[in-house]
Ligand binder design. Structure first.
Ligand SMILES: [Fe+2]
Length: 196
């Protein structure tokens, strides 16, 4: 969902600024259900780990503009696909739960996505050589890490309790399928751009 509202400055949440714990809140590893596919929260946690890994690589890229551009493209694609599968499949299921906290958590998560979308749009307009690029990238990392913390410490707990494992598996399968088709679309459009 692309919102018009800007959240760059006004949307800093009051949650702790400590870095999100990636896996310590979990009771099972993402590999635990490989034979049946990952459940929805495991799949999203795996996405979070991938993007955090890309962030670490971006932080190590220094002044290598080519590397920074390549990593930004990967980060953008990861985040855009992650946002779509959450907004189309996962969030509606959580928001439908008869729990006040679920609706509130999803509202906050959608606001985070808008903030991330805006930062991605800003970065898209910049070259890695521009002085603003690193600053915007740092803002993007902050916003995403804060969002990961919200999801892993609150939203996923509500989802696990309210939806149950069977529903989470079903949503996980749907999300996996949508993810694959979005990846293909991205590869097709990159191929079309390259041949122009
Ligand atoms: Fe998200």
């Amino acid at each position: 969902m692309k919102g018009n509202a800007k959240h760059k400055n006004g949307s800093k949440k009051t949650t702790s600024s400590s870095a999100p714990k990636l896996t310590s809140e979990k009771t099972k590893s993402p590999q635990a259900h490989n034979d049946r596919g990952m459940d929805a929260t495991d799949l999203l946690i795996k996405d979070h780990e991938n993007v955090q890994d890309l962030f670490a690589q971006a932080e190590r890229a220094g002044e290598d503009a080519q590397k920074k551009a390549m990593l930004f493209a990967k980060i953008r694609d990861e985040l855009q696909i992650h946002t779509r599968i959450e907004e189309e499949i996962f969030y509606p299921a959580v928001a439908d739960l008869p729990v006040d906290r679920a609706k509130d958590d999803i509202e906050r998560s959608l606001q985070d996505h808008e903030e991330v979308d805006d930062l991605l749009d800003d970065l898209e307009m910049l070259s890695p050589d521009d002085s603003d690029f690193d600053e915007r990238m740092a803002e993007l990392m902050d916003a995403v890490r804060k969002h990961i913390k919200l999801e892993q410490e609150e939203v996923f707990k509500v989802a696990r309790t309210g939806l149950g494992e069977e529903k989470l598996q079903e949503l996980g399968r749907e999300m996996e399928q949508l993810k694959e088709s979005l990846k293909e679309q991205k590869m097709d459009s990159e191929g079309a751009e390259a041949s122009e």
